[in-house]
Design a protein around this ligand. Sequence first.
Ligand SMILES: [Zn+2]
Length: 111
Amino acid sequence: MPTPTCHCGAVRIEAERAPDALNECLCSICRRYGVRWAYYRTAELRLPEPQATQTYEWGRRMIAFHRCPTCGCVSHWTSNDPARDKVGVNARLFDPDDLVGVPVHQSDGPP
Ligand SMILES: [Zn+2]
């Protein structure tokens, strides 16, 4: 089971499967973060407790970007719309062995 983890180890996510594909989003914030997103349904993940991360929202505030307050790694985003069952996990936090053979795509818009 992949367990993407921030650098200091305080923020840890458990995913029940390897990602199907990674999205290297080139929108204004993702290209600055340098992230690649692996998308999941909420039920496929065990996410950190809300108080374990700090969040950043901008623009229309459709999603919240979570980061570790200690080491600063961006770990995931969650939707502010409860009807949207989608979470983006920063694939840069995965063990590279869990991503062998997973294709990487690029997009230039928000997820
Ligand atoms: Zn950390």
